[in-house]
Design a protein around this ligand. Sequence first.
Ligand SMILES: [Zn+2]
Length: 351
Amino acid sequence: MTAGRTDETMSPTLFAPVELGGWREIDDGLIRINLPVPFRGLRQVNLWLLRDGDGWTMIDCGWGDEETRAILETVWRDALGGRPVTRLIVTHFHPDHMGNCRWICDRWSIRPQMTQIEWMAANLALRGLYSDDVEFRVRFFVRNGIEPELLDVFRNGTILYHLGVEIPDDYTRLRDGDTVVIGGSRWRVLTGAGHSPDLATLYDSRRRLYIAGDQLLPQITSNVSVWPSEPCATPLGDFLSSLDRISGEVSDEAVVLPSHREPFRGPGARVREIQAHHEQRLNVLRALLRERGSVTAGESLPVLFRPNLDGHQISFAMGEALAHLNHLVQLGEIRRIESRDGLIRFTTKVH
Ligand SMILES: [Zn+2]
């Protein structure tokens, strides 16, 4: 017998649906919670509870508001068999993952475990960097050629980080390669980048379960964005390397427990789909650049995205367009030029 599970031993409830706002024990000692989030298009986030000796380990916190807190109180009352939450692991700093962090930690007298960069990123975000300084982001979008009418949609529609996130004063550091023993199971920490700077995923190679955070999602693709605080960042290269790493280290028999949408079997096929998706986007930009000679990120939006984006989606769309353009710069195919008036263009003239 090889280690791991076969179809006969795999719990059929792993893939059973969980209603929005509800929970279900999908495998022995593994509970999925399906929490609502305020972001259109995303709709929900999955949190996980793993039985851990006399307590439970919780993975992620959800967006922080009264509605999610009421749901979590219900889950804790009905699902934990009277045992406490004794550990909280946060995959990454994004608001739908970190929102209730302080509230959960206060409630159970615990400290979150997360990577150092994600902890720092949460602190920066709460101080107005990354996301909450709306006018800083507006100036960045203007320099990148955004259509002026999109700016008001962005200003009126963006959801600020601090409105849904509170963090405690201290944390415990998780590192890439750490082994976290939870209820006798050994989970290895594999960090990924590109979507978030140092996102922690967890892999139990014996049970072949992979808690993927937002690093590998079914149906939707993880946002890979350039942010104004690092305009020359190359997150797409980081993201594609992280996907290669997942296919190399996580068994294709594993069940992926993603943060959004439904669990699925076999990371390999999904990794290849996402790689092909980004290659296709790069090809769309290559064709546009061949046709026009040069473009701004703003000029590329109608070619890359459908119309009528909301404020939150405009920000993601600009960030994604720049991630793909900066990737072509990194590959040496195009050049990024900042003109004297501050406008940033991408051109096929590389010399
Ligand atoms: Zn995320």
